[in-house]
Every structure is written in structure tokens, then in C-alpha cells.
Design a protein around this ligand. Structure first.
Ligand code: NAD
Ligand code: UDX
Length: 446
């Protein structure tokens, strides 16, 4: 099939590359010429495991192209994915300006039947707005309306995006148009071969499903983070509690890890947007308000622990900080807890020596105006002369470091373990002062 993605970011690029991998002919469009130049020169503008190989293979096979030319892109695809950003507006609602601009650009050019797919995360009712925007442009041109708008939210996780796209848990298609539904089924058939994972529903339910999923996951995390704070006070161990409750299949083990708070380009903005939608319809989503508040609080917890240990005035103190990206296996810094933590520490006078395996160039761009932060080429370099180590992101390479260097390189062996990477009992036996999240240090019986 002929497919176009409008927007070549995390979602558009992964969608385009993975659809090309299944034999489709894909054109990826972006308004950002730098991104398209990098792609056309054989590079990948983001860090996403496995993506470079899929892109290279399909470019070489002539099935995947990148362009800034809107005419070429709109003419090419029969199925046009809108995969542009939907950042939070000032009031927290999803800003639809990029989605609607993409819709208009389709209406201004299309000449034959198109299935326009809302891949971006968009509030209920957006498909109607996309439909209206395209229709308006077609009317101006005097061209008959021959298109369908479909909702197909994306559930991939950064850091595992290619795998998630290739082996989806489910594919949600919101469609009221029979021909469009058939085309979406055909497009996704190679991804659902073992059993049918494609669910067709009405457009509004599909749009809603995406927010409901992210809100549910964010709720689990905030809930566990609050329990972790209480566990510390009562002397329980949140990791043992996680295993204890996760064994109930109604609860499950995943997404129950207490930590430094959730970040990323999705949870924070999607929780806000759903709260906003509720308000628009006169329904306050009280649970979600609390989820957001608890997360804002949680992003401060490591700062609070450092202040409790070293005092409110951190002038003259230096901290090693491992992990800048909002989660491992990505260079995405959007809403990363590390940014909040660095701000909290440097505004109290501390110096930060930071390290991240892939996010340092993005982080140094964002933190360029903060003179309190320096970046180290290797994790262990950050430890030198630091008063303590703070771990914010659970990259694999941090799981089994040379613990002796905590004792030889840090001024004193103090570790703030924001992702509960290390067993408290083991840290104690090695003489390392360990500050995890919600852990009492009881022996974890497996
Ligand atoms: P992104 O910022 O990485 O990419 C969006 C791209 O769209 C940018 O490169 C931008 O230049 C381009 N763009 C904007 N307007 C355009 C236009 N009119 N024509 C062509 N290109 C245009 O964003 P993303 O992370 O890929 O997210 C895209 C959407 O997918 C959002 O709604 C997001 O909520 C949703 N989503 C993201 C993820 C994720 O993990 N990143 C997962 C699921 C869903
Ligand atoms: C999320 C959704 O998982 C994905 O389905 C959706 O399509 C986009 O949003 P992503 O933001 O890439 O994906 O990362 P995710 O793995 O969900 O993690 C989000 C944040 O939650 C990270 O900051 C992570 O550290 C945090 N998290 C996750 C926890 O604090 N505890 C957990 O148990 C899981």
C-alpha cells in the first residue's frame, strides 16, 4: 500500500519505518528540514533501539523516503497518518494546531480517495475537527469530499518502540467508514498474524481509549509512589509489597515501580489533557488530579532526601547524577525528572556532574543556561570528589557498577537510589550509605 506519515518524530518515523518493513511504500513528511536532512543522509534524529537498521534496510529497498515536500507526501499516500505533536496548551488541554494544520494541508492538495488516520494522541472529538478542516479546504477548491477520518492511537513505548510497533498488544481502529476499516485491517494484517489483535470501534471510543490507557498507567505509578513514601514512614519495603500485590493477576507486576516520578512526552501531558476534557464537560476527574499532584511531589523526593542528608544550603557540595533521560533506552528529555532534580539542587548552590549513556547532547542543550551542571563522558568520572551519587534513570549499565569506586571516588559512599536499583541489605554489607525510595532494607525473600 502507499502510506504517508505527516510528522516524522518518534511516532511518525517508527510507524513509517515499520510499515515499510512489511512491504508498504512509505513517504515520511516533516516540516523540520534538519530532521529530514539527517534522515536523507542516512542518520536517525532520535535514539531508538533497532530503528536505524529498519530505516536503512527500507531506504535501501526503495520503500521508505523522507521529504519536506507536502505536495509529494499528500499525493503519495492513500493512507495518510497524522503523527504530529499534541503538546499541552496553557490550560493543559491538547494543543491541536499541528494536527489541524496537517489536516488542512491534506485538504489543500488531495485529488483522490484518502484515509486520513489520526495517529497523534488527540482528545475525543478531534476526528470531527480534522474532518471539518479537510472538508473546508476541499470546498474552497470546489473538489468533492472523498475521504474518511479514522482514529488509530499509538501505544508504543519509547526505548522499545520498534518492538512494540512490530508486536503490538492491540491495534485500536476507530472508524465509521467501511472502506477505511477494510484498508486499515489490510495494512495491519501482517502485525496480527498469530491472533487478531485489531479492535474496531467507534471513533470517539478509540480516541478515549488512548487517554484512558495512559491515565491508568500513570495512576498505578503515582499510587505506588505514594505508598512508597508511607512505606518509608511505617518501616515497610515497597519492593516486597510490589511483589506481594503483583502476584494477584488482577493487579499484575508491571508498572508498579516506585521511583523518581514519571516523565516523558506522554503521561504528564495526557493526564493533564484528560483532566481538562473532564472539566470541559463539567466532570472533575479527582483521581487524576491527585495522580498529577502526587507526581509533581515525587519528582522532588530525591531533592528532599538530599536536603535531609546535607542540609538546605548545598553551596560547595557536588553531586554525581546518573541518568538524565526520562527513562532508559531513549535520549528523550521531555518532562524528565532529572531536570526537576537538577533545578532543585543547583538553585540551592550544588554543582552537578551528570552522565547519561545517550541523552547528554539533548540534556546539555536544555541545561545550557545552568552553570551548575557539567557533563562527564563516563559514569565513573562523575563520581570524582562528589559528596554523593544520585541515580535518576535505571539504565542497565548502572545496575552492577564497580561498587568499590563509590568508596574510593566519592567523598563518602552515599547513594540516593531514585530507581531502587540496589538491594539495601547488600549496600549495607558493603558499607555504602543507601537512600532508596520506599525501602526499609528488609531481606527480600523470593
Ligand atoms: P515528536 O515531537 O517527536 O514529532 C512530531 C513531528 O511532527 C516533529 O518532527 C514536527 O516537526 C512534525 N510536524 C509538526 N507539524 C507538522 C506538519 N504540519 N507537517 C509535517 N510535520 C509536522 O512527537 P512524537 O513523540 O512522535 O508524538 C507525536 C504524537 O504521538 C503526539 O500526539 C504524542 O502524544 C503521540 N504519541 C507519542 C508517543 C511517544 O512515545 N513519543 C507514544 C504514543 C503516542
Ligand atoms: C508511555 C506509555 O507506556 C505508552 O504506551 C504510550 O504510547 C506513550 O506513553 P513512554 O512515555 O515511552 O510510554 O514510557 P513508559 O515506559 O510508559 O514510562 C513513562 C514514565 O513512567 C517514565 O518516566 C518511567 O520511568 C515511569 N515509570 C514507569 C515508573 O516510574 N514506574 C513504572 O513502574 C513504570
Amino acid at each position: 500500500m502507499k502510506v504517508t506519515t505527516i510528522g516524522t518524530g518518534y511516532v511518525g518515523l517508527v510507524t513509517g519505518a515499520c510499515l515499510a518493513e512489511m512491504g508498504n511504500h512509505v513517504v515520511c513528511l516533516d516540516v523540520n528540514p534538519d530532521k529530514i536532512r539527517v534522515l536523507n543522509e542516512g542518520g536517525i534524529p532520535i535514539h531508538e533501539p533497532g530503528l536505524d537498521a529498519v530505516v536503512a534496510r527500507n531506504v535501501a529497498a526503495g520503500r521508505l523516503q523522507f521529504t519536506t515536500d507536502v505536495d509529494v507526501a499528500v499525493n503519495h499516500g492513500t493512507i495518510l497518518f497524522i503523527a504530529v505533536g499534541t503538546p499541552p496548551g496553557e490550560d493543559g488541554s491538547a494543543d491541536l494546531q499541528y494536527v489541524l494544520a496537517a489536516a488542512r494541508s491534506i485538504g489543500q492538495r488531495m485529488t483522490d480517495y484518502k484515509v486520513v488516520v489520526d495517529k497523534s494522541t488527540v482528545p475525543v472529538g478531534t476526528a470531527e475537527k480534522v474532518d471539518a478542516a479537510i472538508r473546508e479546504e476541499l470546498t474552497k477548491r470546489g473538489v468533492p469530499a472523498n475521504f474518511a477520518v479514522v482514529s488509530n492511537p499509538e501505544f508504543l513505548k519509547e526505548g522499545a518502540a520498534v518492538e512494540d510497533f512490530m508486536k503490538p498488544d492491540r491495534i485500536i481502529v476507530g472508524s465509521d467508514d467501511e472502506q477505511a476499516t477494510l484498508m486499515m485491517r489490510a495494512l495491519y494484517a501482517p502485525f496480527t498474524r498469530s491472533h487478531d489483535r485489531l479492535m474496531v470501534m467507534d471513533v470517539k471510543s478509540a480516541e478515549f481509549t488512548k487517554y484512558a490507557a495512559n491515565a491508568m498507567l500513570a495512576t498505578r505509578i503515582s499510587f505506588m509512589n505514594e505508598l512508597a513514601l508511607l512505606a518509608e514512614k511505617v518501616g515497610a519495603d515497597i519492593e516486597l509489597v510490589r511483589r506481594g500485590i503483583g502476584s494477584d493477576p488482577r493487579i499484575g507486576y508491571q508498572f508498579l515501580y516506585a521511583g523518581a516520578g514519571y516523565g516523558g512526552s506522554c503521561f504528564p501531558k495526557d493526564v493533564k489533557a484528560l483532566v481538562r476534557t473532564g472539566r470541559e464537560y463539567g466532570q472533575e476527574l479527582q483521581v487524576l488530579n491527585a495522580v498529577e499532584e502526587a507526581n509533581d511531589r515525587q519528582k522532588q523526593v530525591l531533592v528532599e532526601k538530599v536536603v535531609a542528608r546535607f542540609g538546605e544550603d548545598l553551596a560547595g557540595k557536588r553531586f554525581a547524577l546518573w541518568g538524565l533521560a526520562f527513562k532508559p533506552n531513549t535520549d528523550d528529555m521531555r518532562e524528565a525528572p532529572a531536570l526537576t532534580i537538577i533545578e532543585g539542587l543547583t538553585e540551592r548552590g550544588a554543582a552537578i556532574a551528570a552522565y547519561d549513556p545517550v541523552a547528554m547532547s539533548e540534556a546539555s542543550r536544555i541545561l545550557s543556561t545552568n552553570p551548575g551542571v557539567s557533563f562527564c563522558e563516563r559514569a565513573e568520572h562523575a563520581l570524582a570528589e562528589a559528596d554523593a551519587l544520585i541515580i535518576v534513570t535505571e539504565w542497565k549499565e548502572f545496575r552492577t557498577p564497580d561498587f568499590d569506586r563509590f568508596k574510593t571516588d566519592l567523598k563518602q559512599p552515599v547513594v540516593f537510589d531514585g530507581r531502587n536499583l540496589y538491594e539495601p541489605a547488600m549496600m549495607k554489607s558493603m558499607g555504602i550509605e543507601h537512600h532508596p525510595i520506599g525501602r526499609s532494607g528488609k531481606i527480600a525473600a523470593r
